[in-house]
Design a binder for this molecule. Structure first.
Ligand code: G1P
Ligand code: ZN
Length: 543
C-alpha cells in the first residue's frame, strides 16, 4: 500500500529562479524541505493532477535521489504519468524533445548546466513548458511567490522506482515510463542532417575529437558519432557522465576545455573539435588551429544551414541575445530574413520559435539551437557544422575566412569577473547606470560614444516587457561594450563584460581577438571603474 503524506513546511528564503531555473549549492538543495518546497510550489503553479511530465537531469551528484523525490511528489499530487530518462538521465535538449514528441504538460529538468557538480558544488531544477521550452518569467515568478507562502507539500510513502532499466512502472496511481534517453533524440538528429554524407566523410578519413567533459552528452555523442556515423573509435572522449564530472568544470570554452584546445592547436590536430557542457545544451567548436567564437558560429550556421536537409527550405529568421555579436544580423540582412535581439537566456527565444518568426537562435555563451526543440542544443550545433563541412568540403578555417571576407568580422570577447562581493557589484552598476545620460558624445580611447542605455525588450509576440537587461555603450565606429551581472551564479556576483568591434575588411580580418579589442577593453574598464569598485583589474575567464 502506498500512502500520501502531507508534510508541514515553511517558506525558505531565496527560491527565486534565475536565468535558467533555481540553482544553488548542492548542500542547500539537499537541505530539509528545500527541493520539496520548490517542487510543490511548481506543481501548485503549473498544476499536477492528471498531467503527464518528462523528468531527467544531467546526472550530477544528487540527480538520482532528487528524481525519486520528484516522482513521489508527482504521484502524491495526482500526476497521471511521468516519462523518465533511464538512470534519471536526459540532456536538456533531449528532455525538450521528449516533452514535444509526447505532447506532455511540460517537464522537470535537474541541472545546473555548466556549473561544476558534486557534494559541494552546484545543483539546479527548472520547469519546462508544454512547448518544450523553459518557463517564462511570469511562471517562474509565480513559482517564486508560491515558495514564499508555502505551508505544506505532498509526498507518497513508497520505495524508489527502479530507473535502471527501460520499462513501465507503477508508483501509487501514477505510471512511470523509463525510456532510453538517447534513442528519440538520435532519431531527431537523423531527420535533420544528412547522415549518409556525414558517414562518407568519416569513412574518408575525416578526424574529429568530441569532448563531453564527463557530462551528459557522452552517451549521445557515442551513439550518434561513433555508432551511427562511423567516426573512429576514440573520437568521443570524457564520454561517461560522472556525478562530479570527473572534477572538471563542464563548460565548453577555451578556458575549461583546455585539453581540447591544446589538441586542436597541436601538430596532430584532427579536422574538427567540439565540446559540450554539463547538460548538453552548450557547444564549442574548434577547427584545426582555429577557434570559432560562438557569435561567429551562429552567423556561419545561419548562413549555411540550408545545406542540411532539415533546413533546405531556408530560415524564417535569426534571433540572438543582446550581448551576442551582430555577426548574425549581417547574415539575416543578406538573406532578407527577420532578425531579433532578445535579453540573455534561452527562454526569450521561445515565443519567436513558436510563432515561426525565427528558425535559428544563438547566444555568445556557447548556445545555439533551432526550432527542432525549445532549448539550445550542443550536439545539434556540432552536427550542423559537420553537415556544412561535409557539403562544402572546406576546412573550418577556410569557412570562417570566406565568411569574414563576405560579411566583415565582428571581433568579440567576453570577460568575466567572478565571485565579486554583491554589494560592490551593485554599487558599480548603480554608478554606471547613473552615468548613462552623460555618456553620448564622450570620447574614450579615441572612440566617440553615440548611445548608452539599459537594454529593455518588448516581446514582439506577446508584448511582455523585460527591463534592465544589461548596460550597453555604443561607439561611432560600430564598437560596443555591454555590462551585465550573471543570473546563474551561486556565489557572490559575476560581472560579465562583452566587447565587440567591427572590421569591414578586406584588411585586418586576421588579428588576435584580444589585440583587436584592446582599446575597447581599456574603455570598458575606464567607463565602469571596474578596478575601483571591485578591486579586480583582470578577468577570471576570457572567452
Ligand atoms: C548564462 C549565459 C546565458 C545563458 C545562461 C544559461 O547566464 O550568459 O547566455 O542563457 O547562462 O545557460 P548568466 O549567468 O549570464 O545569467
Ligand atoms: Zn547547459
Amino acid at each position: 500500500m502506498t500512502q500520501i503524506t502531507t508534510v508541514t513546511t515553511a517558506p525558505i528564503a531565496g527560491q527565486k529562479p534565475g536565468t535558467s531555473g533555481l540553482r544553488k549549492k548542492t548542500p542547500v538543495f539537499m537541505g530539509r524541505h528545500y527541493l520539496e518546497n520548490f517542487i510543490q510550489a511548481t506543481f501548485d503553479v503549473v498544476g499536477c493532477a492528471g498531467k503527464t511530465f518528462v523528468l531527467g537531469g544531467d546526472g550530477r551528484y544528487f540527480n538520482d535521489r532528487a528524481a525519486q523525490v520528484i516522482l513521489r511528489m508527482a504521484a502524491a499530487n495526482g500526476a497521471a504519468r511521468v516519462i523518465v530518462g533511464q538512470g534519471a538521465i536526459l540532456s536538456t535538449p533531449a528532455a525538450s524533445h521528449l516533452i514535444r514528441l509526447n505532447g506532455t504538460d511540460g517537464g522537470i529538468i535537474m541541472s545546473a548546466s555548466h556549473n561544476p557538480g558534486g557534494p559541494e558544488e552546484d545543483f539546479g531544477v527548472k520547469f519546462n513548458m508544454p512547448n518544450g521550452g523553459p518557463a517564462p518569467e511570469g511562471v517562474t515568478e509565480a513559482i517564486y511567490q508560491r515558495t514564499t507562502v508555502i505551508t505544506e507539500y505532498k509526498v507518497l510513502e513508497a520505495q524508489d522506482v527502479d530507473l535502471g532499466s527501460v520499462g513501465r512502472h507503477q508508483l501509487g496511481a501514477m505510471v512511470v515510463d523509463v525510456v532510453d534517453p538517447v534513442a528519440d533524440y538520435a532519431a531527431l538528429m537523423e531527420s535533420l542532417f544528412d547522415f549518409p554524407a556525414l558517414k562518407a566523410i568519416f569513412a574518408g578519413g575525416f578526424r574529429m575529437r568530441m569532448d563531453s567533459m564527463c557530462a551528459v552528452t557522452g552517451p549521445y555523442a557515442m551513439e550518434i558519432l561513433e555508432n551511427r556515423l562511423g567516426a573512429a573509435k576514440g573520437t568521443c572522449v570524457n564520454a561517461t557522465p560522472l556525478p562530479d564530472f570527473g572534477g572538471m568544470h563542464p563548460d565548453p570554452n577555451p578556458t575549461w576545455a583546455e585539453a581540447l584546445m591544446d589538441e586542436m592547436f597541436s601538430a596532430a590536430a584532427p579536422d574538427f573539435g567540439a565540446a559540450s557542457d554539463g547538460d548538453g545544451d552548450r557547444n564549442m567548436v574548434v577547427g584545426r588551429g582555429i577557434y570559432v567564437s560562438p557569435s561567429d558560429s551562429l552567423a556561419v550556421l545561419a548562413a549555411n544551414a540550408h545545406l542540411a536537409p532539415g533546413y533546405k527550405a531556408g530560415l524564417k529568421g535569426v534571433a540572438r541575445s543582446m550581448p551576442t555579436s551582430a555577426a548574425a544580423d549581417r547574415v539575416a540582412d543578406a538573406l532578407g530574413i527577420g532578425k531579433y535581439e532578445t535579453p540573455t537566456g534561452w527562454k526569450f527565444f521561445g515565443n519567436l520559435l513558436d510563432a515561426g518568426r525565427a528558425t535559428i537562435c544563438g547566444e555568445e555563451s556557447f548556445g545555439t539551437g533551432s526550432d527542432h526543440v525549445r532549448e539550445k542544443d550542443g550536439l545539434w550545433a556540432i552536427l550542423l557544422w559537420l553537415n556544412i563541412l561535409a557539403v562544402r568540403k572546406q576546412s573550418v578555417a577556410e569557412i570562417l575566412q570566406d565568411h569574414w571576407a563576405k560579411y566583415g568580422r565582428n571581433y568579440y570577447s567576453r570577460h568575466d569577473f567572478e565571485a565579486i562581493e554583491t554589494a560592490k557589484a551593485d554599487a558599480m552598476f548603480a554608478a554606471l547606470r547613473g552615468s548613462l545620460a552623460n555618456l553620448p558624445g564622450r570620447v574614450v580611447e579615441g572612440m566617440t560614444i553615440t548611445a548608452a542605455d539599459d537594454f529593455a525588450y518588448t516581446d514582439p509576440v506577446d508584448g511582455s516587457v523585460s527591463m534592465k537587461q544589461g548596460v550597453r555603450v555604443m561607439f561611432a565606429d560600430g564598437s560596443r561594450i555591454v555590462y551585465r551581472l550573471s543570473g546563474t551564479g551561486t556565489e557572490g556576483a559575476t560581472l560579465r563584460v562583452y566587447l565587440e568591434r567591427y572590421a569591414a575588411g578586406p584588411d585586418g580580418l586576421d588579428l588576435d581577438a584580444q589585440k583587436a579589442l584592446a582599446p575597447v577593453i581599456r574603455a570598458a574598464h575606464a567607463l565602469a571603474g571596474i578596478a575601483a569598485h571591485t578591486g579586480r583589474s583582470a578577468p577570471d575567464v576570457v572567452t
